[in-house]
Design a protein around this ligand. Sequence first.
Ligand code: SF4
Length: 239
Amino acid sequence: MKPKRPARKAVRKPRVVTKKRVAKRPRSAKELKERAAEYYRRLIAAYPDAHCALDHANPYQLLVATILSAQCTDKRVNMVTPELFRHYPDAAHLADAEQESLEAEIRSTGFFRSKSKSLLGMAHSLVNRHGGSVPNTMEELTKLPGVGRKTANVVLGNAFDTNVGIVVDTHVARLANRLGLTGETDPVKIEAALMPLFPVEQWTMLSHLLIEHGRQICVARVPRCPQCVLNDICPSSRV
Ligand code: SF4
C-alpha cells in the first residue's frame, strides 16, 4: 500500500489590483489655467448650443424670470412667465400689480410672498429711477430690490452681452470644486476664483456649460463619470 500523499495546500493567487488613474490636481497657477482651458474646450464641443434656459425676449423679462428662478427650476419658471408677461408686459404694468393677484400668479414657483415683494419693489425702482428700463451696470442692478450679484450677472451676460462676472449657481459651485478649480464654497469666492482662470469673453458661456454639464452628467448625487468628456483630466473622476 502506497503511503498517502499529504493533501496539497490550496495556494491562493494574489489578487490583481488595477490602479485607478486619477488625474492630478494642477499644482501651479499656470497648470490650473491650462486645465481650465482644456475643460472649456471639451465642454463647448460637447454642448455647442448651451444657453440661458429662462425664456425671455428682453432685459425686463429676463430680470423677472431670474428673480422667480430662486429655489425653483427654470422649467417651472418658463411655465409661469408667458401668462405673467401678458398681464405685465413692462415694468410700469408690473408696478401697478395688486400684490395678492401677483402672488397667486407666481405661487407655483415657491417663496411667492417674498418674490412678489421683490418683483413689485424692482418694478417701482425701474419706473422711478430708470424710466422703466433695466439698467445695464452691476452697480445699478444690485441696488434693485431682490437683485443680488448672481441675478445681475445673469441679466448682464444674457440680455446685455456684458461679461462683468460669472453666474455661480448650485451646479457651477459643485463643478468648480469637483474639477479642482477652487476649494471655496461661498459663491462670491468661487466667482472670484474662476474669473482669472478664463478669458472674460468666455464668462457667460462658461456658466451655461457648467450648468448643462451639471444637469446632464456631473449630477449632484452620483456623477456619471464613465460618460463624462472630462473623466481623464478631472481630479474627482470615479473611473
Ligand atoms: S462627471 Fe465625474 S469626471 Fe466628469 S466632471 Fe463630474 S466628477 Fe469629474
